[in-house]
Structure formats: structure tokens, C-alpha cells
Design a protein around this ligand. Structure first.
Ligand code: ADP
Ligand code: MG
Length: 300
């Protein structure tokens, strides 16, 4: 895509060109976010292309990707900035007896003693960037609140240094696996994109993009079977990531069909919970048996 996309199809083409096949709503929301300067909150189950969307947007826009991976207990010091205490101490010691406190103080609270974390890095970047705040649902509400301020004004205040304002407008994506409800305040500031498991045709296209050597009919059967597995009530249904892994495995094994035996042998690639394995082997494995007819033709 041109560095400045000027339509929804241009965004879609740009993403495709870097290996991301967007759903219609994805290209639309990305375009609007870019034009309106609003962050995108991307929510959905694990493995449906949330993180990848940010990476693809960065590539398509030819911008650097700054990534903040969230986790439980993440705080400002790790996300924004912290003072480099060790360096400050060394500086004070090196100063010796001679210098007055005022001189040293001015010195040790300068930029040189600041450890810049991803959000600070994003704000101070000279070039426009894409900022990915990944898995925001893993943090707590306090962290969300801190983020709000930053996202609305794109500036931060460091008590000892003053205000730092963004030099450019980043494209911001926040992702969430939906493990907890995010605050209304955060949602209000963002455009919302719900990414779900793709349609059969869309997933086939994605699988074929990642594993082009896999036989077309095998690939189709694979996404059909994946679709069946997702219909079951599982702890963790297989995502696009698992479909791609499975496609790679089938290619390696030289599969010409996904029959009941091959399915049972490779099942652990797409289902990774003990109890899920049993359910899937029983419900889907049976349907792949020749006696039960071809997958996709049988109905439950
Ligand atoms: N629309 C898509 N086009 C191409 N590849 C995709 C798409 N959606 C997902 N993928 C692939 O699926 C895998 C999982 O995506 P990822 O972004 O890590 O999931 P999430 O962040 O939602 O958990 C990645 O390998 C990615 O390349
Ligand atoms: Mg992710």
C-alpha cells in the first residue's frame, strides 16, 4: 500500500501484499482508525490474527512496530519509563565531596538517566510508528487508566523533566483475548474490531497462503474438519495458528486425504487439552470413518 492509504480497498490490498488476508471489517476499521487517528481495540479468541494484524499494518505502512507485551503486574516503570538508579548512584559517587546537591540533582534527573520503555519509545519516536499494546486484558484496571491518558493526548508528564509530547501520530492497536471485560472508558476511546474464527473460504485462503505446497483438496478437507472441531464445546477450539501447523504437518507426512487414521494420529496438533482430545476423537474421528461417509457430507 502506498505509505498513505486513501481508501478501504487500498488498505486491504496493502495488507494482502504483506501476507495478511483481512476480513472486510478489518480493512474498514484499519482505514478509519488511520484517518481518524483513533486507536483500534482488537478483541477475539487466541490465534485469530490480532497480533499479526499490527505487524502487517506496520509493514504495509512501512513503519516501525513498537510492541508492548502486557502481563499480570505490568506497571508504569516497565511500560513507560524508569530512572536508572544504578547510573544515578554512580554519578553521585563520581561527583565526590566537592559538588553541591543542587548541581548533582539537576544532573541525575536528565534524559541520560532515563530508561525508556516501549510507550516512551513510541512517544518520542521521530518517525511515525505503529504501536501494538498486546493482550491488554492481562493487566489491571489501574494500568488501563494510565494508558487512557496517554492514548487521548499522546503526551506524558515526568515530574522531574516536564512534559513529553508525541512528535508524530502513531497508529495504535490494542489487543485483548477477552479474558476480562475492559473498562468502558477505554472502549469509548477506541474503534472496535471483533476478530472471530474465519469463514471456511477465508481460512482456506489463509492456509493456502502459508502452506502453498499442500494439495488443494487436502487443504479444503482440513479447514472443513477444523470447522467441525470448532462446533464442539471445547475448552480451547483450534485457531488459525493450529490450522496452519496442521497443514504443515500434513504436507510433511505427504497426506493425500484426511482420513480417520491420519486424523487420530495428528489430532494433538490441533487440540491441546486432555478432555478435548477425547471429545474430538470420538465425535469427529467417527465422522471421518469411510463407513460414516465423507466429511462435510455427514450431518450431525
Ligand atoms: N488474516 C490472516 N492472514 C494471514 N495470516 C493470518 C491471518 N490471521 C491469522 N494468521 C496467522 O495465524 C497465526 C496466529 O495469529 P496471531 O496474530 O498470533 O493470533 P492472535 O494474536 O489473535 O492470538 C499467525 O501465524 C498468523 O500469521
Ligand atoms: Mg497475539
Amino acid at each position: 500500500m502506498a505509505a498513505v492509504p486513501d481508501s478501504v480497498p487500498a488498505v486491504a490490498d496493502g495488507l494482502r501484499a504483506v501476507g495478511y488476508l483481512p476480513a472486510d471489517s478489518t480493512a474498514l476499521v484499519a482505514y478509519l482508525a488511520y484517518k481518524l487517528g483513533k486507536p483500534i481495540l482488537v478483541e477475539g479468541p487466541a490465534g485469530v490474527g490480532k497480533t499479526e494484524l499490527a505487524k502487517a499494518l506496520a509493514k504495509a505502512l512501512e513503519r516501525r512496530l513498537v510492541r508492548l507485551q502486557c502481563y499480570e503486574g505490568l506497571d508504569e516503570a516497565k511500560a513507560l519509563y524508569e530512572w536508572n538508579y544504578r547510573k544515578q548512584l554512580l554519578r553521585i559517587q563520581a561527583e565526590g565531596q566537592g559538588a553541591g546537591w543542587d548541581d548533582v540533582q539537576d544532573d541525575i534527573f536528565g534524559e541520560e538517566f532515563l530508561l525508556s520503555r516501549p510507550l516512551m519509545d513510541a512517544i518520542t519516536s521521530e518517525q511515525p510508528i505503529v504501536l501494538l499494546i498486546d493482550e491488554i486484558d492481562k493487566t489491571d484496571q489501574e494500568f488501563e487508566a494510565m494508558l487512557l491518558e496517554l492514548l487521548s493526548d499522546f503526551q506524558i508528564s515526568i515530574p522531574e523533566l516536564g512534559r513529553v509530547e508525541a512528535r508524530t501520530r502513531p497508529v495504535v492497536l490494542l489487543t485483548s483475548n477477552n479474558s476480562r471485560e475492559l473498562t468502558e472508558a477505554l472502549k469509548r476511546r477506541c474503534l472496535y474490531l471483533w476478530l472471530d474464527y474465519p469463514t471456511l473460504e477465508h481460512e482456506l485462503e489463509i492456509v493456502r497462503l502459508h502452506v502453498p505446497e499442500l494439495d488443494r483438496t487436502v487443504a479444503r478437507k482440513l479447514v472443513e474438519v477444523i470447522g467441525m472441531v470448532r462446533e464442539l464445546d471445547l475448552k480451547k477450539p483450534p485457531s488459525i495458528a493450529e490450522s496452519i501447523d496442521w497443514a504443515r504437518a500434513l504436507l510433511l507426512l505427504g497426506a493425500r486425504d484426511v482420513d480417520a487414521d491420519l486424523f487420530r494420529e495428528t489430532l494433538s496438533i490441533i487440540v491441546k487439552h486432555r478432555t478435548d482430545l477425547d471429545v474430538v476423537a470420538e465425535r469427529v474421528g467417527v465422522r471421518l470413518d469411510p463407513a460414516a461417509g465423507v466429511a462435510g457430507q455427514t450431518q450431525t
